[in-house]
Design a protein around this ligand. Structure first.
Ligand SMILES: Cc1cc2nc3c(=O)[nH]c(=O)nc-3n(C[C@H](O)[C@H](O)[C@H](O)COP(=O)(O)O)c2cc1C
Ligand code: SF4
Ligand code: SF4
Length: 274
């Protein structure tokens, strides 16, 4: 099959899903790439049968990020081959790849390659690093190789659907899994009896009112001119503003950061299936 165009479509508040998708695109080496960024609003496009689409979204709570899917509702394919990528923060990608694959299938795409890649966790900080710096050069090389493998298979076999459920899962040690689950259950119980909202904080001393947080926020939870305030009802805790603030004025002390950092320190491999 000859490919005459490609689409890269991602939702990527902190940029890791986007970096992986771009590396896969480089590996596929298809001319005329159109980029559709669902991070800041709805995307709407139709992909021709002789093109390929690369979709990449982060894993939130073991699922494909719900806002990503909402914003991609209007994508349409015509039996178009699709590469489905989920990017997760070194814990677990859960059912995200299956969900994204089913979602694009309902809209006319055929999954021909699926991958779960590791990206720096949104909650990673210098104190509690979680997959810090990923995707790194090695990850990008692997993503490019994955793209090449998908392109080669399309060229030799045409569009053949693969089952995203066959993507190997994550192997976490029993002890770390148990510690994490115990923490989550304890946290939920505490929240039920004494609900406390952990929110993104902004330091008035550090903030220079440059407005960058307003630009990067995918949900308009920060308003121009009112950068010290975050609308907690809109905030999805993606940490784009925290990581992007040039003055280091924004922070999100996620209660999950220490437990994730301590229990999932090993470098997890990327998994792909073509
Ligand atoms: C609300 C939320 C939930 C998350 N849940 C998971 C999870 O279940 N498993 C995991 O390994 N990483 C999880 N992460 C980490 C992200 O999947 C990871 O940091 C990803 O690289 C972010 O993608 P982006 O850079 O494209 O925004 C979560 C992050 C957030 C903000
Ligand atoms: S990005 Fe940081 S310094 Fe700039 S307005 Fe937002 S909080 Fe203030
Ligand atoms: S305010 Fe919330 S939703 Fe907006 S960028 Fe910051 S963490 Fe993400």
């Amino acid at each position: 099959m000859e490919l005459n165009g490609s689409h890269i479509c991602c939702f990527s508040p902190t940029g890791t899903s986007r970096r992986v998708a771009e590396a896969v695109g480089r590996g596929m080496n298809v001319p005329q790439t159109l980029f559709h960024d669902a991070t800041h609003g709805e995307v709407c496009f139709t992909a021709a049968a002789d093109s390929v689409a690369i979709f990449a979204v982060p894993v939130y709570g073991g699922h494909a990020a719900p806002l990503a899917l909402q914003r991609m509702e209007k994508i349409r394919g015509d039996g178009t081959p699709a590469v489905v990528i989920v990017v997760y923060g070194n814990r677990d990608h859960g059912s995200a790849a299956r969900e994204l694959s089913a979602f694009v299938a309902q809209r006319g795409f055929v999954t021909v390659g699926v991958g779960a890649f590791v990206g720096e966790h949104s909650y990673s900080t210098s104190r509690y690093p979680i997959a810090a710096g990923r995707p790194d050069e090695r990850d990008c090389r692997e993503a490019e190789a994955f793209g090449r493998a998908v392109a080669a298979k399309l060229a030799s076999h045409g569009v053949r659907r693969i089952d995203a459920a066959a993507l190997p899962g994550v192997r976490n040690g029993m002890l770390s899994t148990w510690r994490f689950l115990r923490f989550v259950l304890g946290y939920r119980r505490k929240q039920k009896h004494h609900p406390a909202r952990v929110a993104v904080e902004t330091s008035a001393e550090r903030c220079t009112h440059c407005g960058h947080c307003v630009e990067v926020c995918p949900t308009e939870a920060v308003a121009a001119g009112d950068e010290l305030h975050t609308d907690a009802s809109r905030c999805i805790r993606c940490c784009a503003c925290v990581k992007g603030c040039p003055a280091g004025a924004r922070s999100y002390d996620s209660p999950f950061a220490p437990v994730l950092s301590h229990n999932f320190p090993q470098r997890k491999p990327n998994r792909t299936k073509v």
